[in-house]
Design a protein around this ligand. Structure first.
Ligand code: GCU
Length: 604
């Protein structure tokens, strides 16, 4: 909260200068545990390359009479599906970067004594939201949720919800101008109306106290309540039945002793947790586990764990485009499990909640990241406020998910003072927002060249609990077999995750192991890399690049890439490449080693 107040001046400065409207309200937690009305489906859409609609499309005007001049019509416009990116829904929009106006009409029976919020899982990149011609607010950032209260503006009967969506890239945005994934635009995740009582449960944190396996600590934040409001917390299966009273700002903090079955990849135990206050009751499924570091080891429930992972984008298998549905998550994580993984790096932005909730149920540990990617406008206060807001909202949505163990502040950013200041600020924010998880970043700056040892010496590592290293030996530099001879050193006694290595063949192309673009080349690279990484200092896990081929505007080699990054171990058509089986064999052997050791289930 203290951090939020420090944020406000920059946010106001930011919004005052570019957006003259209120900052988004604080995110309502656990939307799937609320009373909601889905607004998913077909929305009318007007493609507006010259931003002509700003003159008034939000009014959803209809000609008053046969003379009236109205030069747009949502009723007569084609539809786009929501959730969904616009690029893969209409061929002419595949490369489109600009504005699209979305409209959804809905007939609504307004419940009495309820406050109404409209919730968006994500809109890429900027969203301006109107209801019945009135502006509700704006949001920036393509991968985090937001909600606006609309109790006074929603009508009994017909309503018109309009969203101006713009995905034009800019240097002061997050991410900046250049990134190696498709700039899918649109309303890419669920849209819901949320109905809550006048005083409701805004958010809560129910986690094990850091370092303890039998003490739950956390807080419950009410919205619209003063002090003395009764709040109860129940975990029936663990015999937890607690009552509290809110303080002057509607908040209750607690510490509770409890005997719990700990969550782990082998045993993803979730408990039903019920938070109630006044007329509001929220149910959630929460796992309890501890995560920490000890020297170069990552400890899960007090025991060292090796992270058998893979990196992945939020791209839908087969149909391509932004993934969003439970089915997409099931397909992607099905492959992750088939590989023998206990860990997944969700690159390079917060992925949809369906994936995170599935990771909780499936027992997959998660690295979640904000898109501070390559180079951004490090000295711009508004850019920092934007990155901080994305970090705040990533944590706000997923801070009760046992699966999430790592918050990543950035990926492959240049070593320079202004970058260090910027990301150190984010790391400090993250520790304030959530003291129970580990902070990391994917670094790619190493010293040394030729056959000299490579030394990890990026000063940003000082601000991290766990170091991520992206290295492309055998693809962007050197040859795969050079891995056999190369030595690695680190100036930091901290756990190291090799967060990226890889090579990009097109599935089905075969040839010699030294012939680029063939599966044999990628496979040889994987074989050499898997041997090398085990010799790295403080090696605690890896997430090779990448689970599945994905669309990228940076990859244009005809007949091979065709606007796809081909570093997947699986193609976007589900074809497993040779390297898939090499990695799978490596992980199954590691898993067998781990599983032969006794597991501590019961919290001592
Ligand atoms: C980078 C980057 C990825 C990118 C990959 C590649 O390291 O983090 O986003 O796709 O390398 O070059 O394929």
């Amino acid at each position: 909260m203290k951090r939020l107040f420090r944020l406000l001046p920059a946010l106001l400065l930011f919004s005052a200068s570019t957006f003259a409207s209120p900052a988004p309200s604080t995110l309502i937690a656990n939307v799937s545990g609320r009373t909601t009305v889905s607004l998913n489906g077909s929305w009318r859409a007007i493609v507006d390359p010259f931003d002509n609609g700003r003159s008034g499309f939000f009014r959803d005007a209809k000609p008053k009479d046969k003379q009236d001049l109205v030069e747009y019509s949502f009723d007569a416009s084609p539809v786009l599906n929501v959730p969904g990116d616009w690029n893969t829904q209409r061929e002419p929009l595949m490369f489109y970067e600009g504005t699209v106006w979305y409209r959804r009409t809905f007939s609504y029976h307004k419940p009495v004594d309820r406050r109404i919020f409209v919730y968006f899982g994500a809109v890429n990149y900027q969203a301006t939201v109107y209801l019945n011609g009135q502006k509700l607010g704006q949001h920036e950032g393509g991968f985090t949720a937001f909600n606006f209260e609309c109790t006074s503006l929603v009508h009994e009967g017909e309503n018109s919800l309009i969203v101006e969506v713009n995905n034009v890239r800019s240097a002061d945005a997050v991410p900046g101008i250049k990134f190696d994934w498709w700039n899918y635009g649109g309303i890419t995740r669920d849209v819901e109306l949320i109905e809550v009582p006048d005083r409701f449960i805004q958010d809560y944190s129910v986690q094990l106290t850091r370092g303890s396996q039998n003490e739950i600590s956390g807080w419950i934040q009410l919205n619209g309540a003063q002090s003395g409001q009764k709040i109860s917390l129940e975990i029936p299966e663990a015999g937890v039945h607690e009552n509290f009273a809110s303080n002057a700002s509607g908040r209750a903090e607690f510490r509770i002793r409890a005997k719990l079955d700990l969550w782990s990849p082998e045993h993803p135990k979730l408990y039903e947790v019920v938070v109630a206050s006044g007329g509001d009751t929220v149910r959630d499924q929460i796992g309890f586990r501890t995560i920490g570091v000890q020297g170069s080891k990552i400890l899960l429930n007090g025991k060292p764990i090796f992270l058998r992972g893979i990196s992945m984008h939020e791209e839908a298998p087969y149909r391509e485009g932004r993934a969003f549905s439970p089915e997409d998550a099931q397909s992607l994580f099905g492959w992750v499990k088939e590989l023998g993984c206990n860990f997944v790096r969700l690159a390079h932005y917060p992925h949809n909640e369906n994936e995170i909730r599935l990771a909780d149920r499936m027992g997959l540990l998660v690295w979640s990241e904000i898109p501070v990617y390559w180079d951004i406008d490090w000295t711009n206060a508004a850019t920092l406020a934007n990155a901080e807001a994305q970090l705040r909202d990533m944590i706000a949505r997923d801070h009760n998910r046992a699966a999430v163990i790592l918050w990543s502040m950035s990926n492959e950013t240049p070593v320079k003072p202004e970058r260090l200041t910027f990301i150190k600020q984010l790391a400090q924010d993250a520790r304030e927002f959530d003291s129970t998880r580990l902070i990391t970043s994917a670094l790619n700056h190493v010293e040394g060249s030729g056959s000299d040892p490579r030394v990890l010496a990026d000063p940003l590592a000082d601000a991290l609990d766990v170091i991520g290293l992206n290295e492309y030996l055998g693809w962007y530099w050197g040859r795969p077999e050079d891995a056999g001879k190369l030595e690695w050193k680190s100036s930091f006694n901290k756990p190291l995750i090799v967060s990226e290595f890889g090579g990009g063949p097109i599935a089905g192309r075969h040839g010699d192991a030294d012939e680029r673009w063939t599966e044999e080349y990628q496979n040889s690279l994987f074989q050499h890399q898997l041997a090398m990484v085990q010799r790295m200092p403080n090696f605690a896990g890896l997430t090779p690049w990448v689970l599945m081929d994905f669309r990228s505007p940076l990859r244009m080699l005809p007949g091979v890439q065709d606007y796809h990054n081909r570093k997947g171990v699986i193609s976007n058509r589900g074809q497993r490449k040779l390297a898939f089986y090499t990695l799978q064999k490596f992980y199954w052997e590691r898993a067998a080693e781990t599983e032969s050791q006794p597991v501590n289930r019961k919290g001592k």
